[in-house]
Write a protein that binds this ligand. Structure first.
Ligand code: PHE
Length: 342
């Protein structure tokens, strides 16, 4: 065999023996079999050979080419299959491992109670509107017939922000806002948070949830208010409770009422929760004061209205037997998880 062919074969054998991965093998493949590679270069020998030598030289070159091709292919085949096996091994999934649990979120107990209240009242013809938590003195107090130095303002320990801005102390701030912009008749509920600067304890917090309701039309009467509240509270508590209305004072209603329901725990027999009175106070209510109607441009000679504001937190506290109102605000999952179901 021609010495040059032998030399090329020898270096090839050496190089292919030290190949470690398929990309090395591919490099060698290109290096030896490429158009400018040594095997192709051997064609030069054919030109220089005599006519007698030529067939033997040609065969030798061809043999080398076949050998190189076969060895590289064999090498590539084993390397690729090994590499695939390694990759499979690396990416192996243990299908016997337990799956990750997906936990469903759930609504906060207050939100659930609110949903129930809204459902009932929407069913009774009220539509839902929202007002701002950060409010002006005007909509929280002034328009509702609390003049600047009115003593009733003291009942609301107000968080002032700056100048005339404050955190609303009740959802009644939505009353005038809605009456100013909507055309009559108006039958609206306004759920939301209210804020008061009170000492936090098991029974009271800095913020709480209220549902305001009001109706303004021609000939709305005190009897309408009582009938509506009765109907609503009976639907909310499943007709198992009694209602009681006591005279009370709020500057924006006349007459004003406090609304009691028979104690949800003892059904009115008397227990520590209702302080042995048999009753729980759950809302303030009354006929909208003519001054308030005037303030928003409604003629009190022609129109009248009622309003109520109901607290939600204490209700849920009682219904669920929760001992401390602070639990509602702490977002402790151990507490919240107990309120699954709808
Ligand atoms: N806004 C009053 C409160 O928070 C409740 C109320 C609303 C009373 C509407 C009468 C009419 O105490």
């Amino acid at each position: 065999m021609h010495p040059e062919i032998e030399r090329i074969q020898a270096t090839f054998e050496e190089e292919i023996a030290s190949v470690k991965n398929s990309s090395d093998a591919q490099t060698i493949q290109v290096k030896y079999l490429g158009r400018k590679g040594p095997v192709q270069g051997l064609m030069r020998l054919l030109k220089d050979a005599t006519t007698e030598e030529r067939p033997a030289v040609g065969k030798a070159i061809n043999d080398l080419k076949e050998l190189v091709t076969a060895k590289i292919e064999a090498c590539l085949a084993t390397l690729v299959s090994e590499e695939q096996k390694e990759q499979l091994e690396r990416e192996k999934i243990d299908i016997t491992l337990p799956g990750r649990k997906r936990r469903l979120g759930r609504k906060h107990p207050i939100t659930k109670a609110l949903d129930r209240v809204i459902d009932i009242l929407v069913g009774m013809g009220f539509s839902v509107q929202y007002g701002p938590d950060i409010e002006t003195d005007y909509y929280n107090f002034e328009v509702l017939n609390f003049p600047k130095d009115h003593p009733a303002r003291d009942m609301h320990d107000t968080f002032y922000i700056s100048g005339d801005m404050l955190l609303r102390t009740h959802t009644s701030n939505v009353q005038a806002r809605v009456m100013e912009r909507e055309s009559l008749p108006i039958r609206v509920i306004a759920p939301g948070k209210a804020y008061r600067n009170e000492t936090i304890s098991a029974r009271s917090h800095l913020f709480f949830h209220q549902v305001e309701g009001f109706y303004v039309d021609k000939k709305v009467t005190f009897a309408d208010l009582l009938a509506t509240l009765d109907e609503f509270l009976n639907k909310l508590f499943g007709g198992e409770i009694k209602t009681r209305y006591r005279p009370s004072y709020f500057p924006f209603v006349e007459p004003g009422l406090e609304v009691d329901v028979s104690c949800l725990l003892c059904s009115g027999k008397g227990c520590p929760l209702c302080k042995h009175t048999g009753w729980l106070e759950i809302a303030g209510a009354g006929m909208i004061h003519p001054e308030v109607l005037k303030n928003v441009g409604i003629d009190p000679e022609e129109y009248s209205g009622y309003a109520w504001g109901m607290g939600l937190d204490r209700l849920v506290l009682i219904e669920k037997g929760i001992p401390d109102i602070r639990l509602f605000m702490e977002n402790d999952l151990r507490f919240l998880k107990q309120f699954s179901g709808v």
